[in-house]
Design a protein around this ligand. Structure first.
Ligand code: ZN
Length: 553
């Protein structure tokens, strides 16, 4: 997700759009209860598949629906509970085909079947319901089927899925999905996975579409939207890229999102094959920024018209980081947002270098602020009251991924990223999994890196000096000097790479030495074609650090 406020903070004023304001791993038990988003998710349930049949009128944000869940229980149970919003009217509930009593309590559906439910076997639960999609806030945003007067779109993070279907609303219980959606003639539905069929519905004056994914999916990522839309089908990559917008916006959206196939190819080269059936965007008139619904991101119409490449890159990168590999618990959200936000930089550095510098400067400022204000929460332990903390989870999250990239080197870093994605594909990850996967892939001990950057908000205090300049046997035009430099992190070791620029008296006399802080003190010797007069650490301001006070001794 990328909240709009966040995008505005990053964009220079003139660029704001007019008017805009693994198999095995997947089997580990669901991470419940989850203290970060308490009250959601049901321990002991493993949903395998959801079939959701919905008739939706987007003008009224109303639905009539049948949800059929195939699930297994870890232990024998007398009752069954599911996350489900109490605003819906439940018409009937069946367990294994037999009518069962059901009671709605706040955010829960409690089902009382006429016999015990035994552990381990496949149980079918059917819930027939109707009502308006509720518009409740969670973590500062309205979540659920977001209604803008024209369309409804699924905007579910972290726990809005139960605002439209009964479920185990937690990312650690992934399942496959089939959606059968009837919409009034003139409206169009778009949803997760592959479009299986599209045509007339048995319901008079309605159109039906059927969508399916056999890829395990977290509930908060299930894509669904209905609106008075046209579909734009793009070329330029090996999979369907379909965007949904209103007819009046078609021409503008065809242009403003035209970069996406190129962006897809760019990320595939770096992260590995795109993991899902298709991609694209559906637009809402709400000012939301974006949300990475699986195979179909939601973006605000104004943001889409502005062609905001950072936003497009962010949501696309989430398909790997967040969707293919999802948080084990909500405290692990930085693994989604840090990677997706860093991916903005990866793309911008290749396309819009000036914008890239501005983006990195923003993350650096946030990282400084967290350290200076002794922010009580870290990436590993975010604030449950402010899960989507922009400075921490997004900016510092991205800064840490950037620091790791520069420390390991791009090639080694991206190989480790692909290994990590491969190991946890279709499953869930905690911070410790990320560290372990990168250690395995690179052979590096990353414990000091994670201790200083992920489990703390401190900054290194660095002192550096040119220790010696030795004139080499110089003959003819080519004069050379051997220079030794030392840099020392005086407070606490923060593994990172920073460049030290040696400067001579003339402008062209510049030489950069990469300093890899594998230990708190680094010494490097280089041969340069001039006598360095002084040195500047981190001349491009790519890392967060502070100069050490001179020693008193
Ligand atoms: Zn995001």
């Amino acid at each position: 997700m990328l909240p709009l406020l966040f995008i505005l903070a990053l964009l220079p004023a003139q660029e704001v759009a007019p008017g805009s304001k693994p198999g095995e791993r997947a089997e580990r038990p669901a991470a419940l209860p989850d203290p970060t988003v308490p009250g959601r998710g049901i321990p002991g349930i493993d949903v395998q598949h959801y079939t959701l049949e919905l008739a939706i009128d987007s003008k009224r944000r109303f639905t009539e629906a049948t949800a059929t869940l195939e699930l297994k229980l870890a232990e024998d149970q007398r009752f069954l509970e599911l996350d489900f919003h109490h605003m819906f009217e439940v018409i009937a509930t069946r367990v294994d085909g037999r009518l069962a009593e059901a009671e709605l309590t706040p955010h829960r559906l409690r089902i009382n079947p006429d016999r015990n439910l035994t552990a381990g076997r496949s149980i079918e639960v059917e819930v027939i319901y109707r009502g308006l999609f509720p518009q409740d806030e969670s973590q500062g945003d309205v979540v659920g089927m977001l209604f803008d007067g024209h369309s409804v779109v699924a905007y579910l993070e972290p726990d809005g899925a139960h605002h439209w279907f009964p479920c185990n609303d937690h990312p650690s219980d992934k399942a496959t999905f089939e959606l059968i959606v009837d919409v009034p003639t003139g409206q169009r539905a778009a949803a997760i996975g592959q479009l299986i069929e599209e045509g007339p519905s048995p319901r008079p004056n309605h159109t039906r579409s059927r969508w399916r994914t056999d890829i395990p999916t977290a509930t908060y990522l299930v894509a669904l939207g209905v609106g008075p839309w046209v579909r734009i089908e793009r070329e330029g990559t090996h999979m369907p890229i379909w965007d949904y917008c209103e007819e009046g916006d078609r021409e503008a959206i065809e242009k403003s999102l035209a970069v996406v196939p190129k962006m897809m190819n760019f990320f595939e080269e770096r992260f590995g094959p795109y993991p899902f059936e298709k991609y694209g965007h559906m637009l809402t008139r709400k000012w939301i920024g974006g949300m990475e619904d699986q195979t179909l991101s939601v973006i605000g119409r104004e943001e889409a018209l502005s062609g905001d490449q950072a936003l497009l890159a962010h949501e696309l990168a989430h398909q790997w980081f967040g969707n293919l590999v999802s948080p084990y618990q909500w405290r692990d959200l930085w693994l989604n947002e840090g990677w997706a936000t860093w991916s903005e930089l990866l793309w911008l550095e290749s396309q819009q270098p000036k914008m890239a510098r501005k983006t990195l400067a923003g993350w650096r400022r946030s990282t400084f602020r967290l350290a200076m204000r002794e922010h009580p929460h870290t990436l590993a332990e975010p604030d449950p009251q402010n899960l989507f903390d922009g400075k921490l989870v997004y900016d510092k999250g991205a800064m840490v991924i950037h620091l790791l990239d520069e420390y390991l080197g791009r090639e080694k870093f991206l190989q480790a990223a692909r290994d990590y994605l491969g190991e946890f594909a279709h499953g869930n990850v905690a911070t410790s999994d990320f560290q372990a996967a990168f250690e395995k892939a690179t052979g590096e001990d990353l414990a000091p890196f994670f201790a200083s950057w992920v489990h703390a908000n401190t900054l290194p205090e660095i002192a550096w000096s040119i220790d010696s300049v030795e004139t080499l046997r110089n003959t003819g035009e080519k004069k050379r000097w051997k220079v030794t430099v030392t840099a020392e992190q005086r407070n606490q070791h923060h593994p990172m790479m920073l460049e030290l620029e040696l400067r001579g008296t003339e402008t062209k006399q510049r030489f950069r030495v990469p300093l890899y802080f594998r230990e708190a003190t680094v010494q490097a010797t280089v041969i340069v074609p001039f006598v360095p007069e002084n040195s500047v650490l981190d001349p491009d301001k790519r890392g967060p650090w502070v100069p050490a006070e001179p020693r008193q001794d």
